[in-house]
Every structure is written in structure tokens, then in C-alpha cells.
Design a protein around this ligand. Structure first.
Ligand SMILES: *[C@@H]1O[C@H](CO)[C@@H](O)[C@H](O)[C@H]1NC(C)=O
Ligand SMILES: *[C@@H]1O[C@H](CO)[C@@H](O)[C@H](O)[C@H]1NC(C)=O
Ligand SMILES: *[C@@H]1O[C@H](CO)[C@@H](O)[C@H](O)[C@H]1NC(C)=O
Ligand SMILES: [Cu+2]
Length: 489
């Protein structure tokens, strides 16, 4: 753990003088992270705002502060205000500050010339800066800042340090943050709960807003961890002789694919429903195949690739395949984002949409930001609010502005396959595919045993896969209904 030197008297004054943050001790046995620094002040910018810096500890401080501010301004709906603040931060990540991913701004002590002293005086008097309700409509859509977009890439082409940073930060989001006198919260669980209530799920699925809603959702997670979400191109596994042998389901990546996730970077995760994260890969459904993606990319405009549709296969339907294929939490709507692989899968879905839009502009001369199909449930209407994201409208999910916040490094191609040691070029099909796990001596049937130990898991509404890969086992986990609980968002 890195602790910044705080030797100057002035800095010392700033820390001890702050009433904003009470020192919090967190019981973090469950997670292997070191305890966070107690000195959160070092992550405040010149303007007194908390920032995520190159130091992982800043992530913890950032969330603690955001949530406490939300509680201060809206005690009754702090979670939704907190989520909307995360979104607001994501939408302004290209606002000319020079702080862009990959070049984190150096954070220096900002307590110069009595600035902190003044700030703290205000706190003492109990002054609160009232948070104005966000108006996303004020954002100038169409304005694009070149080169500031965060780059997402295929998970197997990340460096080890990038992958480790990504997973470390997800683990920080799983750490409970105590709010003295007002309970505690787990940032990751608040975020996974966004994808849970009937009203939110209705607004996100079964219509044209599926694409924009999930694009926004990814931005919220990125805003929470301060680094891009890689994508899982499941075509690279589909092309293997046996996709369950992929390197991804080892401790180097996602951890075990069968049973409780008890090793790897997400080892021991307990979901917002207070149960272990579980998987049962290759039981049903299908990963995405190259031909499925090609089929989507052959269409000219959005209408045939979004629900509801009968004459074509939508991107939303195809995306159900990997949800079902992984099984466990990922296979049900209400629990899917409790599984971090959710975000990597959706990053890939978003990448396909991005490619689709590139084609629209280039080949068809169609403006993707206005080509919003007029169909589907009422909650998917182009001018309806994107529930629960404040006054953001569904049509804004299709905007070029939103797209400009992200760029995609193309999926690896033959012969180099992104120079990833986890991929190889299959000369027969001239496509890259995942290498199988290194052979380890495991008693035969070990994965069966791990799966059987699970018994019944609690799940909500199952995703539907339009196809079933004939290589799947059919041994889907048996499941019972989720218990009702009060949702955070
Ligand atoms: C939070 O609750 C207050 C009333 O308790 C309401 O006026 C406000 O609109 C809510 N904010 C959000 C973002 O839902
Ligand atoms: C979570 O589950 C554990 C064991 O299954 C139980 O001991 C604990 O009380 C539960 N916590 C909550 C908040 O329900
Ligand atoms: C959960 O809540 C829903 C809607 O309020 C209700 O229909 C259902 O019966 C409840 N389930 C349980 C197990 O309490
Ligand atoms: Cu979803």
C-alpha cells in the first residue's frame, strides 16, 4: 500500500481540520485488498473535489465522499443521487481538463494559501453546497473532443498490470463503506442493483433503448473505477474446439467457470443478495459466433437489430446467448451485473454497436444519432426519460456525444492476434481464438463435482438465448426464486 508523505504542517492542518471525513475503519477480511489510506484529503483537487488518481486508494475515498455528499443533499434517495453523480462525471470526462485515462493527472497537495482553511470553516458552520439537479439536456450533444476517449480493448490484449488494476478496483468497489450513524454501503452492489427493479429493467430491455441504456451503464461503472472496461470478445472462445477450456476461466482472468468463484480476482465475492457468486459455463445458450456478428453488421439501419423484431435477429437477442452460457448470476436479469463478467460482455455488445454505427455513417450515410426506431414498449420511446438516469432521454443514448467518450481498439486479428500470449491464429479460418488452459492434472469429473456442490441457486427472470450451441452440456443449474429485498436504486 502506498501512503503519501504528509509531512508539511500545512497538510497536517488540512487533514486534521477537516470535519467532512470521519476516519472510517472497514472490516475488509473478505477481500484481500490492503486497508485504504486514512488520508483521503490527498485525493482532493484544487477545487476541493475528490478525484480518482493513479493510486487505487483514491477509488475508495472517492466513493466514500460521493455517497456522503449524496446523503447530505438527499437523505431519502442518496443511492440514486450517487449514481447520477457518477454518470455526470462520466459525461464530463472529456471536458478539457487534460485528465484522461492513461495519463492520470499528478495529484499534488492542494492546500495552498489557506484554501483548505476557508473550506473547512464553511464545513464547520454546516454550510452545504446545494447540489443542483443535473440537466443532461444542457450537455452539448455533437461536440466531440478528439483523443480524449477512453480506450477499451479485448481483455486478452491488456497488459497484466492493466488487468490487475481493473480487478483491484472492482474489489475496492466491493468493500463496505461505513457512513457513521447512517449504515454502510457497498458501491459495487449499488451499481449492480441499478439492473434489478422492474421499472429499470423494463426501460433497459425489449426495445431500442437497450443499446443506449447499457452504454450509459458501462460509463457509470467506468466512472466508478476510473479505468476503461475491457471487452470479452466471446467469438474468440466460440471458435475453440471446446470453449469451456478457454484461458479466461482460470485464475489469470475470471476465475473458475464451475461452481463457487473461490479463486482468481473475484474469489469469495458475495453478491448483493448475500450469496456466493457462482457459474456453470457451457451448460446452455451460446457464445457469440463470427457469423452472428456478421449477420448483425449486414443490416443498414437500427430497426432490424433492435427489439421487438420478428424478421431478423436483434443484437439484444444474440447478447442473451453468453448470459445463458455462463449460467449462475449472469443468467438472470435481476442478478446479472453481480457477476463482473457482465460488464466485459456488455462492453463487447457496445463494441458491435459501435462498429455498426461506423458502417451506417460510412456506407449508408445514415446519422446513427437520429435513427431511433419508433417501436417497442412505451418506456423505450425516443423522448422518454432513460429510467433511472435522471432527465437523460432515450434518444440521448444514441448520441454521437455519448459514443465519443469511448474508442475501441479493434478485436485481435491474424496473424499477430494482438501479440497476446493467450490467443493464437487459427490458419484454417484465419481468425484468432483463445488458447486452452494449460493442462493441469485434475481428477476427472472435478468440474461436475464443483457444480453439484452448489445445490439450488436463487435467480430471477432468465435470459433467453436464440440459439443453443450443440457443444453445451444441458446441465443447467437448478434455481429457486430470488428473495424480495429493498433495492438501493
Ligand atoms: C429525491 O427525493 C426528493 C424528495 O424526497 C425528490 O424531490 C427528488 O426529485 C429525488 N431525487 C431524485 C434524483 O430522484
Ligand atoms: C448473509 O448470509 C450469511 C450466511 O449465509 C448470514 O449469516 C448473514 O446473516 C446474512 N446476512 C444478511 C444481511 O442477511
Ligand atoms: C416479491 O414481491 C412481489 C411483488 O411485490 C410479489 O408478487 C412476490 O410474491 C414477492 N415474493 C416473495 C417471495 O415474497
Ligand atoms: Cu441488461
Amino acid at each position: 500500500m502506498q501512503i503519501k508523505q504528509t509531512t508539511t504542517g500545512l497538510v497536517f492542518f488540512c487533514i486534521t481540520g477537516s470535519l467532512l471525513l470521519t476516519i472510517v475503519t472497514v472490516n475488509g477480511e473478505q477481500y484481500s485488498n490492503p486497508r485504504p489510506t486514512r488520508n483521503c484529503q490527498q485525493y482532493r483537487s484544487r477545487r476541493g473535489e475528490y478525484e480518482i488518481t493513479g493510486n487505487d486508494d483514491s477509488v475508495y475515498c472517492y466513493h466514500q465522499h460521493l455517497y456522503q455528499s449524496a446523503l447530505g443533499s438527499s437523505p431519502n434517495n442518496a443511492s440514486i443521487v450517487y449514481v447520477q453523480t457518477l454518470l455526470e462525471k462520466a459525461l464530463s470526462r472529456c471536458d478539457g481538463s487534460g485528465s484522461k485515462y492513461g495519463h492520470p493527472r499528478q495529484v499534488k497537495k492542494k492546500c495552498r494559501k489557506g484554501r483548505c482553511r476557508r473550506k473547512n470553516k464553511n464545513k464547520k458552520r454546516g454550510k452545504k453546497v446545494a447540489r443542483k439537479p443535473t440537466s443532461y439536456n444542457k450537455i452539448k450533444y455533437g461536440r466531440i473532443t478528439p483523443n480524449c476517449a477512453w480506450e477499451r480493448k479485448e481483455v486478452r490484449t491488456m497488459s497484466r498490470s492493466e488487468w490487475n488494476r481493473f480487478t483491484r478496483r472492482l474489489n475496492i468497489l466491493k468493500r463496505p463503506i461505513r457512513n457513521p450513524g447512517r449504515g454502510s454501503f457497498i458501491p459495487y452492489d449499488v451499481i449492480s442493483d441499478i439492473h434489478r427493479s422492474d421499472s429499470n429493467l423494463d426501460a433497459a430491455h425489449g426495445g431500442p433503448s437497450f443499446l443506449g441504456w447499457h452504454r450509459v451503464y458501462l460509463l457509470i461503472l467506468e466512472s466508478a473505477i476510473g479505468v476503461p472496461v475491457p471487452y470479452w470478445d466471446s467469438r474468440l472462445d466460440y471458435d475453440m474446439a471446446e470453449p469451456t477450456d478457454s484461458m479466461l476461466w482460470t485464475d489469470e482472468f475470471f476465475g473458475p467457470g464451475f461452481g463457487i468463484v473461490d479463486s482468481g480476482p473475484f474469489a469469495g465475492w458475495i453478491t448483493a443478495d448475500n450469496v456466493s457468486l457462482v457459474r456453470n459455463i457451457g451448460s446452455g445458450g451460446s457464445l457469440m459466433s463470427a457469423s452472428m456478428v456478421e449477420e448483425i453488421l449486414r443490416y443498414r439501419n437500427h430497426d432490424p437489430i433492435v427489439e421487438p423484431t420478428r424478421r431478423s435477429i436483434s443484437l439484444e437477442r444474440i447478447h442473451g446467448g453468453p448470459h445463458v452460457w455462463v449460467d449462475g448470476q449472469l443468467s438472470s436479469l435481476q442478478t446479472a451485473p453481480q457477476e463482473p463478467v457482465f460488464f466485459l460482455h456488455h462492453s463487447f455488445v457496445d463494441y458491435i454497436w459501435y462498429l455498426f454505427r461506423v458502417n451506417m455513417r460510412k456506407n449508408e450515410n445514415i446519422n446513427p444519432s437520429t435513427d431511433y426506431p419508433n417501436k417497442g414498449p412505451r418506456s423505450h420511446g425516443r423522448n422518454e426519460n432513460m429510467i433511472p438516469f435522471g432527465d437523460l432521454r432515450n434518444i440521448q443514448g444514441y448520441s454521437d456525444f455519448l459514443e465519443s467518450l469511448t474508442r475501441y481498439r479493434p478485436s485481435p486479428t491474424c496473424p499477430s492476434c494482438g501479440r497476446s500470449k493467450y490467443l493464437e491464429c487459427d490458419r484454417g479460418i484465419n481468425r484468432c481464438k483463445s488458447k486452452p488452459k494449460r493442462k493441469v492434472v485434475t481428477p476427472s469429473g472435478a468440474s461436475d463435482q464443483r457444480r453439484r456442490r452448489l445445490g439450488t441457486v436463487l435467480l430471477g427472470t432468465k435470459f433467453i438465448s436464440p440459439q443453443t450451441d450443440p457443444r453445451t452440456s444441458g446441465n443447467v443449474l437448478s434455481f429457486g426464486p430470488l428473495l424480495n429485498r429493498t433495492l438501493l436504486v
